[in-house]
Design a protein around this ligand. Structure first.
Ligand code: ADP
Ligand code: ZN
Ligand code: ZN
Length: 843
């Protein structure tokens, strides 16, 4: 059932000229909604969930979302008029608006911040927004039916690369010009201007179909034949079309039409007749976005039938869905969870709902999209930040219009305008990248998706080989269902995991820089057998810091309390927190010595050294530095899949869910920095990371091996990883969480205080912690304390940790108290410009 919003006024009311007001959500961090007056002539046009244009402050004109329509004038200010209406239908649905309110409440931010994060920039318009010609539109050649005002805009865009909305207003000399911009966007003649022009490049085919009203009843079509009788060439075109698209059998076929060149390329049809028919409005020309994804490997993807284990898991999931809304699929790496998802998606679509498939990482979408495309074709939408704003706006609109029924995407896809959701899949549910840290809303897409599913009565399937302790606890207590797959798909076995003691190897002079002899030999062996290798190192860059051999000077960031990382390829020192960078100095600025040494190592160094040590290796690196461009993920993955490269070196990105047939060895270069991390989740995280990265090896016939380099092989975590013993990990963790008061037994809220002056930050945090203690109780408030990285972007940080016992706390009241304490703090003259941020369920 579609729950799209509609707010229609009975026509007689409009005649009576009742004054209506609209509460709108501005895309700004404002604590409340603003009320605007609806001009009488727009009474019929303004609907809840649609965008309208308003003036905010003295200068700014921007688009905002109508949240409510009523007849109450604001008590304390004179409502300004709404200037223009952008949408005739809501672009935000009722359940979506409810979800956004929940996000604002739960994550302690404003509705404006949620809207701002949710809407693609191309849907957030202001007087400074700019438009340009659509890269695929050629005004000289393409026949579009344009209103005179639209023609004027197009003409102006042929002279100028871009126009602001204000320019358009001046050009047309009218106030309500937005509808023309909107119409041109719909006709794909213009797009919202994007600085980086290579960002928007959908593949489109020009297609034609018979104009809608001719096919609606047979009489019309017959009438048309009669009319065209004197023009045999045009009649030919029409008949040819109907032959290829048997509209009389199924009128829906007409909607898809056929590629225009199928008609123009056919030797006995005249191109000019085709164009005449378009001009006459008999045929309708339209662009169809085919697919934005390279389809080269698709032929390799055979249709699959579920194995016995998979079919059983699927049945169990469906069975549990009868009683429970949420089920966890706990399946070892390579057990074939993806195929189970696909089958469930098919099942959900058959009953007519929408499906969201969440992934934690763009790199993963690159692989899975091809698979899904094959099954779901044009029903599949893809959503992530490597797409341009216009492309994202297109997916948004496509979900509203029903064009996309399945969407695969990362974190931000939970903001999309689903209105008829029946299934949500959260793959790799344990991933911390589902949590957004900055800016607000600091939401976790897993929790948000669960709430979204709840609001739309949809089912949720979480999937992981290494579930988060919180999720598994929910299963153990019976709140959620649990289905397990303990075997890899087919003949594939879980890989053998071997530990190499780097401390000992060093003594034996068996370390070649960061590679143990054992790892090097193993890599060499696989490459000689034409197999592939994945190497994991959890730092990017060449070296995390450099240091002077003479005086121990270490370059630090000017703005943050961290050392600068060395990036060799551009000979730069770079801050991974604020982006500050400088050239690598030739000699030490402190003592003048020329003995600057790089310390530690990152992915760049691993790549570099391996190339020297093993010339036969074709190494490719996948980390933040190599995946900046739009298609770089796809390229790196495609090169590895096709065997163009044989070693993939990377950060976290290579650990998650990737599926390569020929990878028979995974190497973890330095396990120690992962284990020794000061956080209550460190143990859980380390387990997940080791198991996941190991899980990339031996996924098909070739048996897999994993080599973990560590200075401390006796760490208990390794035993659990090697025996794939999730149960013992969970039991150990849940016990500690209970004893020391951590999630899932308490909810944590981290309050971060920031100020440019260290003393001010410290004093503010002390005052805040005291107030919070008075309000919430001594047990509940910890700190303030100085975080490990105590300065970022010139702001000194202090943290107060709040722990709210799950059983006994009224969360809403507690959050109200926290908000009040923050508000009161900022009323104090000393602290009015202190920044305070609340992070709910911090990662
Ligand atoms: P997981 O997500 O559980 O780690 P995948 O879904 O990636 O595992 O499946 C592992 C491998 O097994 C993949 O290469 C996949 O193509 C293959 N596979 C899974 N199910 C089937 C099936 N029913 N038929 C053929 N191959 C399958
Ligand atoms: Zn020095
Ligand atoms: Zn910095």
């Amino acid at each position: 059932m579609s729950e799209l919003l509609n707010f229609n006024y009975p026509p007689e009311q409009a005649v009576e000229r009742i004054t209506f007001f609209a509460d709108v959500i501005l895309p700004l961090p404002l604590p409340k909604l603003y009320t605007y007056r609806i001009p009488f002539e727009m009474n019929d046009e303004v609907v809840v969930g649609a965008r309208v244009i308003v003036q905010f402050g003295s200068k700014k004109v921007l688009s905002c979302i109508v949240a409510e329509i009523h007849q109450n004038a604001p008590a304390d200010y004179q409502a300004k008029y709404i200037l223009d209406v952008l949408d005739d239908k809501p672009i935000i649905t009722t359940p979506q608006l409810r979800l956004f309110k929940w996000i604002a409440d739960y994550y302690m931010c404003t509705l404006g911040e949620v809207i701002n994060a949710a809407l693609p920039a191309a849907l957030k318009l202001s007087s400074e927004s700019r438009i340009q010609l659509h890269p695929h539109y050629n005004p000289e050649e393409d026949e579009l039916i344009l209103a005179p005002q639209e023609e004027k805009i197009i003409y102006a865009l042929q002279q100028n690369q871009a126009l602001t909305f204000t320019d358009v207003g001046n050009l047309l000399q009218i106030k309500s010009y937005h509808k023309f911009i909107k119409s041109l966007i719909q006709k794909e003649a213009i797009i919202i201007y994007e600085q980086v022009s290579d960002k928007f490049s959908p593949k489109v085919v020009k297609k034609v179909r018979i104009s809608e009203h001719f096919v609606q009843d047979e009489g019309m079509l017959e009438e048309l034949f009669n009319q065209l009788a004197p023009q045999p060439k045009q009649l030919d075109v029409l008949l040819n079309y109907l032959q290829k698209v048997p509209v009389h059998q199924d009128i829906h076929l007409n909607y898809k039409g056929i590629a225009k060149n199928e008609l123009t390329n056919s030797p006995h049809l005249s191109a000019s007749s085709i164009n005449t028919l378009i001009k006459k409005g008999v045929l309708e020309q339209f662009d169809q976005v085919v697919s934005r994804f390279p389809v080269e490997h698709q032929h390799k993807l055979l249709p699959m039938t579920l194995s016995e284990h998979q079919a059983k898991a699927k049945d169990e999931i469906l069975g549990q869905f009868k009683e429970k809304d949420t089920v966890l699929l706990h399946g070892v790496t390579g057990s074939g969870k993806t195929e189970v998802y696909i089958d469930l998606i098919k099942h959900a679509l058959e009953s007519g709902g929408q499906v969201l498939y969440l992934l934690p990482e763009i790199a993963l979408t690159a692989q899975i999209v091809q698979r899904l495309m094959k099954v779901f074709g044009e029903k599949l939408g893809v959503y992530h930040s490597k797409f341009s704003d216009n492309e994202r706006a297109e997916v948004w609109q496509g979900i509203l219009s029903g064009r996309f029924q399945v969407v695969v995407g990362v974190r931000s896809s939970v903001f999309l305008p689903f209105h008829d959701l029946s299934l949500v899949i959260i793959d790799e549910e344990h991933e911390s990248s589902y949590k957004q840290y900055d800016p607000a809303p600091r939401y976790n897409a897993r929790e948000t998706a669960l709430m979204m599913a709840h609001l739309q009565s949809a089912k949720t399937l979480l999937g992981s080989a290494t579930p988060s302790v919180e999720t598994y606890y929910n299963c153990k207590t019976g709140r959620w269902g649990l289905v397990e797959m303990t075997k890899r798909f087919g003949e594939a076995q879980l890989p053998d995991i071997e530990l190499v003691n780097t401390r000992e190897e060093q003594h034996r002079k068996n370390m070649h820089s960061h590679f143990s002899g054992k790892l090097l030999t193993a890599i060499e062996e696989r490459l000689s057998r034409k197999e592939q290798v994945i190497l994991f190192q959890n730092r990017r860059g060449y070296a995390p810091f450099i240091s002077c051999d003479e005086c121990s000077w270490i370059p630090k960031c000017k703005h943050c309390a961290v050392s600068l990382s060395y990036h060799k390829y551009n000979n730069e020192l770079r801050c991974h927190y604020c982006g500050y960078h400088e050239r690598m100095p030739h000699d030490c600025p402190a003592c003048g010595a020329t003995t600057l040494k790089s310390m530690g190592f990152g992915t760049e160094k691993v790549e570099d050294e391996l190339k020297l040590l093993l010339p036969s290796a074709d190494v490719q690196r996948m980390d933040l530095d190599t995946t900046k461009k739009k298609n770089s993920y796809q390229q790196i993955i495609a090169d590895f899949e096709t065997g163009k490269t044989n070693v993939l070196v990377g950060t976290q990105m290579v650990t998650k869910g990737l599926d390569f047939e020929h990878v028979s060895l995974v190497g973890i270069l330095n396990a120690d920095t992962i284990i020794n991390f000061p956080d209550f989740r460190a143990h859980e995280r380390a387990y997940q990371l080791f198991v996941q990265v190991s899980g990339r090896a031996g996924r098909k016939e070739k048996p897999g091996a994993v080599i973990i380099q560590t200075r401390d092989p006796l760490q208990p975590i390794f035993r659990k990883v090697r025996s794939n013993d999730y149960q013992s990990l969970y039991e150990h963790e849940i016990d500690e969480r209970m004893r020391f008061g951590y999630p899932p037994f308490v909810r944590m809220i981290k309050v971060i205080v920031k100020h440019a002056d260290e003393r001010v930050a410290e004093n503010a945090a002390i005052v805040l912690a005291k107030d919070l203690t008075d309000r919430l109780g001594k047990q509940q408030v910890l700190g303030p304390e100085v975080p490990y990285i105590f300065k970022i972007r010139n702001l000194f940080l202090q943290e107060v940790h709040i722990k709210l016992p799950r059983e006994t706390t009224n969360l809403r009241t507690a959050k109200g108290q926290i908000a009040q304490a923050i508000f009161n703090l900022k009323l104090l003259p000393d602290f009015k410009d202190v920044r305070v941020v609340a992070d709910v369920d911090p990662a």
